[in-house]
Structures are given as C-alpha cells and as structure tokens.
Design a protein around this ligand. Structure first.
Ligand SMILES: *[C@@H]1O[C@H](CO)[C@@H](O)[C@H](O)[C@H]1NC(C)=O
Ligand SMILES: *[C@@H]1O[C@H](CO)[C@@H](O)[C@H](O)[C@H]1NC(C)=O
Ligand SMILES: *[C@@H]1O[C@H](CO)[C@@H](O)[C@H](O)[C@H]1NC(C)=O
Ligand SMILES: CC(=O)N[C@H]1CO[C@H](CO)[C@@H](O)[C@@H]1O
Length: 580
C-alpha cells in the first residue's frame, strides 16, 4: 500500500528507495513539453541541455558548485537551462521574473550567483539593474540569438554551435546533499529569502505529482511560475519524473484556461487557491464541464471554493498538499476530504514527527508551561505546526542568512535541546485526525472584510525607491472590525520620506484595503531582537502619536498623501469623526 506513505514529503524518500533510483529524471522519450505551440520531446530537451551545458562550461567557465541565477519567464529555455546546470553540477537560483530593481539585486546577491541568464523579453528589467550588476562583477547573458543591450552577450549562437552528444545527467561531485536550486520565499521582513533546495529535496518534491496520481500518459497544464517550487519542481519536475507531458503557459489566464485544457487534451491541472477562485468567479459557459481534466494538484484551496469548483467543473480529483519550500516535511490529502490538507497516520508520524502546539496570537509566540516547554493542542483546537528537525527531515535554511535560518528553528520544545522547524502556519486537526490549514502566523489580518497578506504588501512596498526595509502589520482601531494596515519603514540612507509619491504608488499597486493607513519611520528595523517580537511590540504601540516618538504618517485620502500624524487626527479617529 504505497499510497499510504504519501502523506509526508519525508515519506517520499522511502518511495524513491523502493523504486531503486536516486535521481529524479526518467529519460524515456515519452513525454513532451508544449509551450505556446513549440513542442519539445524529452530527447529534444536532452539534446538542447547537452548543448547548453557545453556552451555554459566553455563560454562562462562554469565550475561545479557555482550558482547561476536565471531570470526568465515561463519558457522552454527554463527547462533546458535547469537540466544543463544540473549536468555541470551548478545550482540554479530562480529569480522571480516580476521583481525589479533593488529587490532583484538583493535576490541575486543572496544566492551569491555571479552569472545571470535572462532573455531579451526582460530587457527593460535587466537594463535597469545592469550598472549595479556590473559593479558587483556579475556577468549577464541573454539566451537569444541577438542582444539588444550593450554589455549583455547573446548566448544562443554558442549553444547552437555546441555538440549535443550525450553527457552524464549529473556531475560526478553531485550528491543528494548538494545545493540544487534556490527558491525565493516571500519573507516576513519584506525582501525575499533564498531557500536552499538540495538534490534530495528536488527528488522528493518531483515525486509529489506521482504520489498524487500523475501517470506517464497524463498531460499536465502548468500556468504557475517556474520560479516557485510548485511550477518548477512539482509541475515540470513531476513530468520529468514520470515521463508525462507538460503544457507550459507563460501566465495564468482565467478566460483561456479551459480552452487550453480542451485544445491540448489536458488531464491534470496545477493550482493555487487564488487560481481556483478566479476560475469559479469567471462567467459561466455552457461547456464548463467539457474537458478531460481528471486531477488537480495544488495547495491553498478553501473548502467553499473546493465545493464550488467541483459543482461547476465536474468530478475532478483534488490533491491538496501542504508544504513550504524550505520546510522539512509536508502533507497531502490522500483521502479526498474536502478542505483537509492531509490526515495523520503512523507512517507520517514515523517519518516526520510534527506537532501542533498552543500558540499565543497576541504575543506572537508559542505558549510554554511552567517548565518552559510547549503544549500540544487538543483535537479541534488550532495550533502552530512544528516539525522535528532530524537527519531524515533536515532543515537547510536560507542562503547567506544564518540569522533568518535560526529564526525558523524552535528550540527546547518538549525536551531540553530538541529542535523543530517553525512552519509559521496554524493548523487544526479534527477528531478523525484530518488536518486543516487555518492561517499564517502574524502574516494576515482582516480589514474591511478582506484578508490582507502582510508579505504581499511588504513585497510591494519594498519596490519604493526610498524604502530600505519594511514591516507590515495590522493595528486594532477602536470601533472598527478587524485590523488596520500599518507599515514600519526604514528609509534608505540619505533618502527622505515622500508622502505623495508613496500615496500614488500604493494607490496604483495595492487594493485600497491593503494600502497601509499608517506609516512609521524607524531606523533600527532589523536589529530589534527577533522579528516576531518586533512585530508584537509594533502592534502594541499602534498608531498613537502620544506614545510613538518615531515620525508617524497618516494616509489622507483627501490630500492624496501620507501626512504627518498629530494628536488631532488621532483623537478624530478614536471618536469616529474621522472614518477610516
Ligand atoms: C529570447 O530567448 C527566450 C529564451 O530562450 C525565448 O523564449 C524568446 O522567444 C527569445 N526571444 C526572441 C525574440 O528570440
Ligand atoms: C570533485 O570533488 C573532489 C573531492 O572533493 C575535488 O578534489 C575535485 O576537484 C572536484 N571536482 C571538480 C571538477 O570540482
Ligand atoms: C487531442 O486529442 C484529439 C483526439 O484524440 C486529437 O485529435 C488531437 O490531435 C489532440 N490534440 C493535441 C494537441 O494533442
Ligand atoms: C494524493 C491523494 O490521494 N489525493 C486525493 C485527494 O482527494 C481527492 C478527492 O478529492 C482524491 O481523489 C485524491 O486521490
């Protein structure tokens, strides 16, 4: 009963061993990649990656162990570049192709990649950061036949001239512990963190689709970005692993979704919760149920959307999984229980010892008993998911940031000296041991009936040219439901706060309910102890100008600017005469 194993990503290890293989890719000429209307069979990809590997080694002088950043949209080149780098024993840092400017530079340097591979479609974004990259000694290339940018070489001619003779899939020095990929997770401190994904993790995650029921004759439709693990490792990796066909689309489109599924005879789709919500919200069509999709693999699907989706689009199996890129274990619903992300069983407990512990949301920290240890929650209660860090469930942390890595580790949980990965997620287990995702710790608050994801707001504000670092949280306002958005900001050295430009920027980039109503300027954002405590104190101090000595600003919708907060405005908010 292999199916039983699959609840934990850690359990996949066993599955792999049963299959007797250590490396994930099956090189049969079975599947294919279809992107727009370019079709690559597996052997096309294999030959193309051989050429690329040789050209990279020769022209870029790549050495095993080096990291190369790719800054590409969802294109077939992503796949052969990945394979080529694997053959050279190089790690690939997957830069988010929507990120610009300072955030892009940060992502590059976090992975210590001194080569960036991009393409001419991203010319403007590349040119914006090129002077900085050059100064940092970084070389940039386009995977195209010509380059429109001076100082950026076109690499395609060299690739096409190289030999496509077979070469080993992996460098001899590659082991399961080698760093394979860096995936950026939107961190709680604004700038993304580069999570290290080892070869072992690549194998385990690429096996997830198989475990969810992906078969060789399936056609998988991937609209998720390849710079995240769901698209790259589960989608593309999963297809490579079982020999299925992958239909790659540059961007998700709700109106094109089912037409694409029909046109390419898609049998399996990948989703995130929002994607399913968009599909459910799109206008009904007579042919909503005419498709060959039998399975959907993804995460973040709420029970209500899940029901609606099935009612509207027909009987599709849904494999909802739970897991963080950097996490050391995950779950899959292998039962089909609506809303559940998985079910606990002995196997899971044996492979990944996880616990749900009591969490104090106000204080933003786990509750500890009189001996200083954490407390397990009872069935039906929501608790913080923590997963024991062991040899078989290791935690690899974030590149070049031991401080952030340490912050994800919870120590002395049940006995002195133990260590758990702090998932930052609140889950609930019911009487029948089904697990349900509830919320992210400190990451979301509700305002005007909408969920505000602080990480998204932070990622957006991080783009503002005078902002160095930002921390977003919700503050209670007397007489208002939910919490009102507030941002603590550290300015770039030598820059000053510009209320009008921040107003315009947030109006253009954020939904109105997500734009922070209050901004507080701090000069010590990152050195105020651990991040969680720091958010807790900020929430406590709220937006009271009588307490806060930092410069404090209020978003004034009439003046279309962030204006200095004063006791007058404060009093008007409290007595309700100024309606937020
Ligand atoms: C540039 O290269 C990318 C990656 O290989 C490719 O997808 C794109 O079509 C190329 N663009 C042009 C104009 O050739
Ligand atoms: C492979 O590893 C060995 C032992 O660590 C080292 O001596 C050798 O230089 C490595 N080979 C390459 C090509 O990096
Ligand atoms: C989809 O299936 C139909 C019927 O089997 C076939 O005629 C068509 O060529 C297939 N489409 C693609 C893109 O493979
Ligand atoms: C991995 C797995 O078994 N997933 C199951 C999740 O639930 C659906 C039903 O909605 C099942 O069909 C899947 O097999």
């Amino acid at each position: 009963m292999l199916g039983v194993l699959v609840a934990a990503v850690a359990g996949l290890l066993l599955l792999l061993l049963l299959h007797g293989r250590w490396f994930p890719f099956l090189w049969a000429d079975l599947g294919a990649f279809v992107a727009l209307d370019e079709v690559y069979t597996f052997s096309d990809m294999e030959r193309r990656s051989n050429r690329a590997a040789r050209a990279f080694a020769l022209r870029l002088g790549l050495q095993p162990g080096q990291t190369v950043a790719v800054f590409l949209p969802n294109v077939p080149a992503y796949v052969w570049t990945w394979l080529a780098l694997a053959k050279l024993g190089c790690a690939m840092a997957c830069l988010n192709c929507n990120v610009r400017g300072r955030a892009l530079l940060h992502a590059r340097s976090a992975a210590r990649a001194d080569i960036v591979l991009s393409c001419s479609e991203l010319q403007a974004a590349v040119e914006e950061v090129l002077p900085d990259l050059k100064q940092e000694g970084v070389r940039v290339f386009y995977l195209n036949s010509t380059s429109p940018t001076p100082g950026v070489e076109a690499l395609l001619p060299a690739i096409e001239a190289a030999s496509d003779e077979p070469m080993p899939q992996y460098h001899t020095n590659t082991t399961t512990a080698s760093k394979a990929i860096y995936i950026y997770t939107s961190g709680t401190t604004g700038l993304p963190k580069a999570a290290v994904v080892t070869e072992m993790k690549v194998m385990m995650v690429a096996n997830l689709a198989r475990i969810c029921g992906l078969r060789e004759n399936d056609i998988v439709y991937t609209t998720l970005p390849l710079y995240h693990s769901a698209g790259l490792l589960i989608g593309v990796g999963g297809c490579l692993e079982v020999g299925a066909t992958c239909v790659l689309r540059a961007k998700f489109s709700a109106s094109q979704f089912w037409d694409d599924c029909r046109r390419y005879n898609v049998t399996v789709i990948q989703y995130v919760g929002e994607l399913m919500r968009y599909l459910c919200n799109s206008p009904r069509r007579a042919n909503d149920r005419e498709h060959g999709v039998r399975l959907a693999i993804g995460n973040g699907l709420r029970a209500t959307v899940w029901k609606e989706f099935l009612q509207r689009f027909g009987p599709i199996s849904i494999s909802e999984f739970y897991g963080a890129t950097e996490g050391n274990a995950g779950f899959i619903n292998y039962t089909g229980k609506i809303g559940a992300v998985g079910r606990v069983n002995v196997f899971l407990k044996a492979f990944a010892s996880f616990e749900l512990i009591k969490y104090n949301v106000e204080e933003d920290e786990p509750v500890r008993n009189e001996h200083g240890f954490c407390i397990r929650v009872r069935p039906g209660e929501t608790g913080l998911l923590v997963i024991k860090i062991t040899k078989s469930t290791p935690f690899h942390g974030y590149a070049g940031d031991s401080q952030k890595t340490e912050k994800k580790i919870l120590r002395d949980v049940f006995v002195k000296g133990d260590a758990f990965f702090n998932s930052g997620d609140l889950l609930m287990m019911d009487q029948e041991k089904f697990l349900y995702f509830q919320d992210r710790v400190g990451d979301t608050f509700r305002w005007k009936g909408e969920n505000v994801a602080t990480t998204e707001v932070e990622a957006t504000l991080a783009m503002v040219d005078f902002i160095q670092e930002v921390n977003v949280y919700g503050v209670p306002v007397p007489g208002c439901e939910g919490k009102c958005g507030m941002a603590a900001v550290r300015l770039k050295p030598g820059q000053s706060f510009d209320g009008e430009s921040l107003y315009t920027f947030t109006r253009d980039t954020l939904p109105i309910y997500a734009a922070p109503r209050f901004v507080r300027i701090q000069n010590v954002l990152e050195i105020t102890g651990t991040f969680k405590q720091c958010k807790g104190n900020l929430v406590k101090e709220g937006f009271d100008p009588n307490i806060i000595t930092d410069p404090l600003f209020f978003r004034d919708e009439k003046k279309k600017s962030y204006v200095p907060m004063n006791p007058n405005i404060y009093a008007n908010i409290l007595d309700g005469s100024l309606n937020l």
